[in-house]
Design a protein around this ligand. Sequence first.
Ligand code: SF4
Length: 811
Amino acid sequence: MVACPDSDTPATDTPPLFTVAVRALCEFTAKRGDLDLRFTPSPTAQEGMAGHQRVATRRPQGYQTELALSGRHGPLAVRGRADGFDPQAGRLEEIKTHKGPLSRQPANHRALHWAQLKVYGALLCACHDRSELELALVYLDVATDKETVLTERCRASDLQAFWHGLADAFLSWALQEAGHRAARDAALSGLQFPHPSFRQGQRALAEGVFKVTRAGRCLLAEAPTGIGKTMATLFGQLKAVPVQQLDKVFFLTAKTSGRGLALGALNTLHATSAPPLRSLELVARDKSCEHPDKACHGASCPLAHGFYDRLPAARQAAVNEATHGPLEAAVLRRVALHHLVCPYYLGQEMARWADVVVGDYNHFFDLHAMLFALTQAQGWRVALLVDEAHNLVDRARKMYSAELRQHSLAAARAAVRTTAPASLRRKLGALHTAWRKLNLAATGPLHPMPDVPGVWLAALQAAVVAMGDYFNEAEAALGQVAAEVEAGAEAGVEAAGEGAAPGLGGQRDPVPTALRAFYLEALQACRVAELFDDHGLCDLTLQGAPLPTPRSLSGINLRNVVPAPHLVPRWAAAHSATLFSATLQPLAHTRRLLGLPDNTALLGVESPFDARQLRVEVAHGVSTRYAHRAHSRSALVALMARQFAAQPGNYLAFFSSHEYVQQVSAVFQATHPEVPVWVQQRGMSESEQQSFLDAFTEHGQGIGFAVLGGSFGEGIDLPGQRLIGAFIATLGLPQVNPVNERMRQRLDELGHYGRGYQAVYLYPGLQKVVQAAGRVIRTTTDQGVLHLMDERYTRADVRRLLPAWWGTHRG
Ligand code: SF4
């Protein structure tokens, strides 16, 4: 290894203001051409390293590898390691490994490789006082071991001019960013709360966030609805940013409504203090794609064509726009379309330059989480705000679960029966055979399996490899669905560097849709299977008949029960995290299920409301257990009618399922036609949901029938007379079924996560109840009534899980 001293600029004692790796310098300044996310399989990290070594062994004696080079350009220092230098031939080499035809390499990759090599060339010429140099880009196909060498003879003066050009572009941006950072931190240090005073509980929550961030810890905070949790947490977090030199804050939400509240709070901060704070809304691809009928590469989509050529101007425009307020999706879209770049990928780019990113849980917690990958790759110091965190257990379970259906395999096989090569058809056939054997061994409609079956999994993995090869060989590409699923991974690949993982992208559509769909399901199943342990369950679900036949089809499910092990690395990657919600009881139990560190602070914020505002009535002698529902229906209807007659106004009535909603609402309408009712339907669109809510007017009267835990059970705000009471039937307990029962047993076996019954049934049920009831009292002047329509609400273990301020703990 040879190290060359800084020699590009005259010796200076001034320490550099910025130090950057050659690769990072080039990625920022020299990427040109189209966005191109077509399927381009990459060698693994091991294949890449072995390839580099093989190339080096073929070079003559005296060949130098990993040549350390560095240089200065004004306040910028750059350093890196060139892959190889042959001093005899005067040839500097950059070695890149690849898989598949080189002709399919995206042009922006090639431009990047040349840029890196030229910068190394400039540094080497300066170091060795050379007037010219041969540059060689060496591409090694790891499958065939064939080298493709592209060479160019360059004069040192041209190379110097090239590197200085990149350095100037980088410096201009870096100086702007450093200025922004200093101004941001100064403004946040003096940030004032944007309202005349804190609401009760708001200051305690804001202080809690500030303190845990200062201590680099996590916080689990339960705070009642209506105190302004969003503003409190954001304010406390932003005040801690300069203290802890945080790079970014990620505000992560479960639902669009939470995202809207966060953006609203950020808009308020901008309106009152105008801090130089860049905020960004990250949205899903299907919500921001301008050309859903196209694929993400320049030959298909006009907004991918020349994307990297126009990105610098679009990036600068977005940064300028962010001085006026959050870069919400509509703002980003306007900027992107003005510069003819894709709004979705401009959003991904802006995540690198934003101070606050408002996104979905997925962006940080799922298997491909883009913000998590970037945090790790860039070494960012980030703080997390996790909104409505009672949703995270269930959401995380889904992220680390997979379901693979045999009929998807059958459809994929049928789609390629005559077109795919025999090798692919054999692998898919072998998987079908392994699956069939599992079906025949099933003992019932839901057949538990102690582990992911090894033979089946090996066949699945082989089929995945064969499908990947097929896409590659056919120069086929995965379509929009693949790019959607892999959007996070794709950003992570770019962040993590070459060879980290294959990128996926789209081109319509030489690959049959059925094969593509099955491939995506199979990939997810393989990834979940790799992580599978006793925190999950595996089962086979027969379709159709309860016992297997030779023609049976089934699904194989990998169900996560405890997400804790998967989330531990996510908390570790963050400097601090605050999870908040109105319903996290019991806090210690929630902490364990989510894998939060032992030293996580637990905070119960006192409610600003008191028992005089909410009259809580328990319906003694009424059972809404499944077996008793037909019998108790008329009692529920009578109770609701009595309450409405005594105090006409707007009410919400919650039931545990759509079926139950329909049953009770039908009886109510038949017996009390004079009372207006609004009934939640399955799959309501956003506008239909809004119409449902619009019926709750300040002077209106009627009863809305809704599903507990559904769209109207949390996250909606009907203050004052818009809602004067709620009826809640059942305890919201999830259905007792074989899957939930297995989960309960597994939690009991694990022991560490409390009793299974409580974790699977009682706690989630009561969380839904408290959320739904929380719709009634929204301000300190609201008055209302809550009818808990089940005799089990008299039980002490149930009452303990209700908010203390209701005054029901005493029984
Ligand atoms: S997400 Fe849509 S608009 Fe963007 S590059 Fe892909 S196809 Fe084009």
